[in-house]
Design a binder for this molecule. Sequence first.
Ligand SMILES: NC(=O)c1ccc[n+]([C@@H]2O[C@H](COP(=O)([O-])OP(=O)(O)OC[C@H]3O[C@@H](n4cnc5c(N)ncnc54)[C@H](O)[C@@H]3O)[C@@H](O)[C@H]2O)c1
Length: 337
Amino acid sequence: MLRVGVVGTGMIGQDHIRRMTTVLAGVEVAAVTDVDAETAKRVAEGLPGAVVHGTGEELIADPGVDAVVVCSWGPTHEQYVLASIAAGKPVFCEKPLATTEGACRRIVEAEVAHGSRLVQVGYMRRYDEAYRALKAVVDSGRIGAPLMMHCAHRNASVPAHYEKEMAITDTAVHEIDMVRWMFGEEITATRVLVPRRSRNGGALQDPLILVLETASGAIVDVEISVNIRYGYDIRGEVVGEEGTAALGELTPVTLRASRQLVSPIPADWRERFRRAYDVELQEWVDSIAGGGRPVGPSAWDGYAAAVVSDASVAALRGGSRVEVTLMPRPDLYADAA
Ligand SMILES: NC(=O)c1ccc[n+]([C@@H]2O[C@H](COP(=O)([O-])OP(=O)(O)OC[C@H]3O[C@@H](n4cnc5c(N)ncnc54)[C@H](O)[C@@H]3O)[C@@H](O)[C@H]2O)c1
């Protein structure tokens, strides 16, 4: 049984704890911590035998913790991922790996110095059944070489604290990782187009269109709409030389009534990607059980996504095309995108 310690018992921390304790196999939650001690205590009350630690560092050092799941706020990820690497413990870090390029680079360098992979980043699209099926078609060669991809990332609404650049750093960053994985190559340049503003977005510039270029010259457009009211809608279509392949409709039931065809749309990302999170964490547990290494999105993937995200923010601010420059990829990540 893998004994996991969870740093950060907020929304996704509690959801991952529920997942690890009621859905997944081969894992138990042995310890929790949160800067909000009351929340950590309350969450631990539902976990027989779990220890509540005063700090993330104490939790990581606990000999009763085999592996760490980091679900605290983004700016705190670096310290806990670095502490886990220093302790030689596998660490699953919710996205983003860290909030600055420099912090991601320090994590990559620490893991390379350690000499083997310990870090996995929570980019769960790679575990979604529909995205996996789409990638399998692309990889099969059935549509020829992929030339373009059209994506849409639509949220019904976003919280009050959501700011303009979060459309890239928080929302489109999932497409940034997905595109690197789907095309199996790095993103080399980025641009942001700014359409007429939706009245639903208040002061936000909503929507945006991100245009990404890959190393081989493929072009991907990503519509980001975060106040579209009608539901949470994730779309993706790859255009190849001889065909196209798109994410299908996901609902198990379509209704035909009153001269209408009705197919439900998820309310939010929790509903849309619930199963992807289950598969993501189960595969992580299975990969590291018995001393194995994680095989999911790596620290390099977290670093590359951060650099493309920063370049896209610069493109949004400056209004022009921005090239993406990555540091040389260490051999440890040779099989990465
Ligand atoms: N993969 C996904 O789709 C996805 C979805 C939601 C959230 N996330 C990521 O998960 C992380 C948490 O998001 P959330 O929505 O659960 O936020 P949240 O605010 O609900 O929870 C974060 C928790 O971390 C705690 N915390 C903050 N600083 C801490 C520290 N230094 N040490 C310990 N605990 C600390 C807070 O008190 C809070 O309880 C973010 O990085 C977010 O981007 C990823």
